[in-house]
Design a protein around this ligand. Structure first.
Ligand SMILES: [Zn+2]
Length: 328
């Protein structure tokens, strides 16, 4: 049962889309329809089984559509409270989606230059946030760096910086700004750099991954033992700030997971990180312990219920705003 009828039934784009976005949406729908993009069932990170042969009540369906009106089924794992897409595109389809349709669907007509400047501004915020830790940090890497603007303020204060991403166009832009950027994955960056970093940034990347554990473990290898990993995702709480309180505007097919502070901390801890701090805006400051290894951490009781309450509250408030005449 969806949280509210509109989250299940919305089959038209919920956002106002540009002609380029509408074309990309039509392509994606056609590719899902004809099997070019294949969907696969996705079990929860916590080990609860995937949809289909579930014991009744293990997953709760939250939505059947995303903001583009694409068929994306979002479920809440009642065991751990993690929200995920199930089914979701398989790895091969995901790679082709990012190559062929992601940019047109998400940005319409893309312009990279303002993006770089906004990355630099966010990087300055991070330098301020991490001020106390910076004296013990010499090297800073970013996974999924795009054009790498976030790294500029770290480079300006004398840190050795490197970034890695799969998008060539953005990498070229960053290189033109004098940044050392590598095409590929965290493993490619580690090979190229030859040594792990004191600080690794993973900003708005985790929610795109298909396999949380494998991806976090790969990122951890990039952090020296005792080093810092800073993770940021668009938390469920950000629906209230960045998405005008609208759950449907927040749901997007490229995001396979949705976190609260509690579920982000649960996932990172279970993968073997020490979480030093984690905010409801879903920024987690983590430390790679001297000795690695996953842990038998259990989800905190009541997590799923509190996630459901949070989403329900957004829906109730939105409904109230619409009824009282304010535009949704
Ligand atoms: Zn779970």
């Amino acid at each position: 049962m969806a949280l509210s009828a509109r989250l299940r039934a919305q089959d038209r784009p919920w956002l106002r889309l540009t002609p380029q976005q509408l074309q990309a949406r039509a392509r994606v729908l056609a590719k899902i329809e004809d099997g070019t993009y294949r969907l696969e069932s996705a079990p929860c990170f916590c080990g609860a089984p995937a949809g289909g042969d579930l014991p009744a009540g293990s997953d709760l369906e939250i939505a059947g559509r995303d903001r583009y009106g694409l068929p994306v089924r979002t479920v809440l794992c009642q065991a751990c409270g993690l929200l995920r897409s199930d089914p979701r595109m398989d790895a091969d389809s995901t790679a082709r989606f990012y190559q062929d349709d992601y940019r047109d669907l998400y940005t319409g007509a893309g312009n990279a230059a303002p993006l770089f400047e906004s990355q630099v501004a966010r990087g300055r915020g991070l330098v301020a946030l991490l001020a106390k830790l910076l004296p013990s940090i010499e090297t800073v890497y970013e996974v999924g760096c795009g054009a790498g603007g976030l790294l500029v303020p770290f480079q300006e204060i004398g840190k050795r910086v490197r970034g890695v991403d799969l998008g060539d166009e953005y990498l070229e832009l960053g290189r033109a700004h004098g940044l050392a950027l590598v095409h590929g994955t965290a493993d490619d960056l580690l090979r190229e750099a030859g040594e792990p970093a004191d600080l690794v940034l993973l900003m708005h990347v985790l929610e795109h991954y298909l396999d949380l554990r494998a991806s976090i473990e790969q990122t951890m290898r990039l952090v020296r033992p005792g080093g810092i990993l800073l993770v940021e995702v668009p938390g469920v709480a950000s629906i209230g700030t960045s998405y005008r309180g609208d759950v449907l505007s927040y749901l997007q097919n490229a995001h396979n997971f949705h976190f609260t502070a509690a579920t982000l901390e649960f996932v990172l801890t279970r993968c073997g990180l020490d979480v030093l701090a984690c905010t409801e805006s879903a920024v987690a400051l983590c430390q790679r312990p001297e000795a690695d290894g996953p842990r038998a951490v259990r989800p905190a009781p009541g997590t799923a219920a509190s996630v459901l309450r949070m989403l329900g509250e957004f829906e109730r408030r939105l409904h109230h705003r619409v009824r009282s005449g304010e535009a949704a």
